[in-house]
Design a binder for this molecule. Structure first.
Ligand code: ADP
Ligand code: TRP
Length: 324
């Protein structure tokens, strides 16, 4: 039996942090080999917010390096960038013609971004239909994403219904796979760790940057267990020890915090040590990947993706009536 198709994408929007790692990257690494997997860098989606070509190029290269460094084997996945496959924007246009303005106006991601002050450009508005095209072109069944993307997958299903009703059975309905991973990793201030809150521990930071971030984690005034520090550390320790061991259970780990509850410095140093253990091998792997390696991976990925997308679009064009 052939494997189910899986596809996910990420916008190249900045430096990844350990929240992204535990919430999205690590769960992807753990599941992708069970599927016929596609991993896409959504560079055209990033054009909705990035206007500096140098930054866009660098972000694209960095995302690919990050994925390979954390354990995605480019041989076992079709890794490509969106802009290399022209069929994405082509199908995006057709889907735009099938949904209404009031429907797109209800998208939470669009409303949130505009509320945060992002420019309400037309690309940001039609973003969900380009994303639907990304998914539908490959007959994707499973889309691993964070909770914030749930509605976008509903929108992709709506696009399937609209297209199939208008032109006949063509696309299949994708289903979101919401990565529970490690839930929400707290940031150094105790809120959700997020690029936009400036409260991150960078995934591929230098030891100095990591030390600086960890030393800034909020603690109490003394005497009580430093909860934020403990919660971040428990996630990292779990990964370092491969989901804990009998002799090093979450309970024993908590005891360590009870015993040292006033010695924040020692606890923070222990966390820095654990982060180093986790990241050092990945950092080394990342340093061995050149920009040209990334270009080669994306070129090979584009060839495979293009073949699939081209075949699907041939059918779509005929059904829509643009072939004569
Ligand atoms: P950010 O909030 O840093 O901009 P994104 O929105 O780009 O992150 O999210 C990229 C992926 O990382 C998504 O799948 C999201 O669910 C996951 N993610 C982001 N922050 C966290 C966090 N603090 N804990 C767990 N997962 C997270
Ligand atoms: N919108 C997604 C995000 O911001 C990125 C994305 C673009 C995507 N195309 C996709 C995710 C297709 C899954 C499938 O995180």
């Amino acid at each position: 039996m052939s494997k189910k198709r899986l596809l996910t994408g990420l916008q190249a929007s900045g430096t990844l942090h350990i929240g992204n790692y535990f919430g999205a990257l690590k769960p992807f690494v753990e599941m992708y080999e069970e599927y016929d997997s596609h991993l896409m860098v959504a560079d055209y989606h990033a054009v909705t917010s990035v206007r500096d070509p140098k930054v866009l190029r660098q972000n694209t290269i960095d995302v690919v390096k990050d994925y390979i460094a954390v354990g995605v084997d480019p041989e076992k996945v079709i890794m490509f960038k969106q802009s290399d496959i022209l069929e994405h924007t082509e199908l995006g246009w057709i889907l735009d013609c099938l949904v209404t303005v009031p429907f797109l106006q209800q998208a939470h991601a669009y409303k949130d971004k505009v509320a945060k002050g992002l420019e309400a450009n037309a690309g940001l508005f039609t973003y969900p239909m380009l994303m639907a095209a990304d998914i539908l072109l490959y007959d994707t069944e499973v889309v691993p994403v964070g909770e914030d993307q749930r509605q976008h997958i509903e929108y992709a299903r709506e696009a399937v219904t609209k297209f199939n009703n208008a032109y006949g059975e063509t696309f299949i309905e994708p289903k979101e796979h919401i990565l529970k991973g490690t839930g929400v990793v707290p940031g150094i201030d105790g809120q959700k760790m997020s690029k936009s809150y400036k409260n991150t521990i960078p995934l591929f930071g230098t030891p100095e940057e990591i030390q600086k971030a960890v030393m800034s984690i909020v603690t109490g005034t003394g005497g009580e267990i430093p909860e934020v520090l403990h919660n971040i550390h428990e996630i990292v320790r779990g990964a370092v020890t491969n989901n804990f061991t009998e002799t090093n259970s979450p309970q024993k780990f908590y005891d360590l915090y009870t015993e040292n509850k006033s010695n924040y410095k020692a606890l923070k140093e222990a966390l820095i040590e654990d982060i180093e253990k986790l990241i050092a091998p990945m950092r080394e792997k990342r340093a061995s990947i050149s920009d040209d390696d990334v270009r080669a991976v994306l070129k090979a990925g584009a060839e495979k993706a293009r073949e699939r997308a081209a075949k699907k679009m041939e059918d779509v064009r005929t059904k829509v009536g643009v072939t004569i």
